[in-house]
Design a protein around this ligand. Structure first.
Ligand code: IMP
Length: 195
């Protein structure tokens, strides 16, 4: 089966493709011939995931598709940057600037507890379904590693002695919020389509 993923983020595509294996084909927006910056105008991950999936569903002429929105929730910052994670340090979007702002905001706080939350919205045969995955961990005091993207260099998942950016995609997937949400998506699809 084939699903359009409402993103061109190469890292996210790799993580999803590694999660689903050969069970289904995941098509990026570019591969689906869709050239559009999809807005994320809402204050919740769920609403943003939903508008992205609905937009792609419309633009593709009703194809099955899914989207995801992810945020990093930091306890000592009252849950920020959360849904604002992508543009935390403003425009243009820069992972380095986001990390710098986050480390400054936390300063020498001893409470480094944080979690990634991924919301997936699937539109299958015109109906919407939501799946959530979480990864608990801590914000490091300085970046470590060069793999991955976004906040990976400063996120230490519980149960690992390496940051996300020190793990390859397969290793990250043992802990990843996105992988957990993807597993729920796949389990659901199995009950519906993959027999
Ligand atoms: P979005 O879901 O692409 O809007 O991501 C929101 C923000 O979180 C962006 O700054 C991403 O770079 C970051 N982000 C999303 N997923 C991850 C991840 O798995 N690791 C690190 N940063 C992430």
């Amino acid at each position: 089966m084939k699903l359009i993923f409402a993103s061109n983020n190469a890292y996210k595509l790799r993580e999803f493709r590694s999660a689903v294996g050969s069970k289904m084909e995941i098509i990026s927006l570019a591969e689906a011939g869709i050239q559009k910056e999809i807005p994320e105008p809402f204050d919740t991950l769920k609403e943003n995931a939903k508008i992205k999936a609905q937009t792609i569903h419309q633009l593709s002429g009703g194809e099955n598709c899914f989207s995801e929105d992810t945020g990093l929730e930091v306890d000592a910052l009252g849950g920020e940057p959360g849904v604002h994670s992508a543009r935390y340090a403003g425009e243009p979007v820069s992972a380095e600037n986001n990390i710098r702002k986050l480390l400054r905001a936390l300063a020498d706080s001893t409470n480094r507890r944080a979690r990634f939350i991924t919301l997936i919205c699937l539109i299958l045969e015109g109906r919407e379904y939501f799946f959530e995955g979480r990864c608990e961990g801590q914000i490091l005091r300085s970046p470590a590693g060069t793999e991955g993207f976004g906040y990976d260099p400063v996120f230490l998942p519980d149960g690992s002695h390496k940051s996300f950016a020190e793990l390859n995609a397969e290793e990250k997937n043992k802990f990843s919020h996105r992988r957990k949400a993807a597993d729920l998506l796949i389990a659901y699809l199995k009950t519906r389509l993959i027999q």
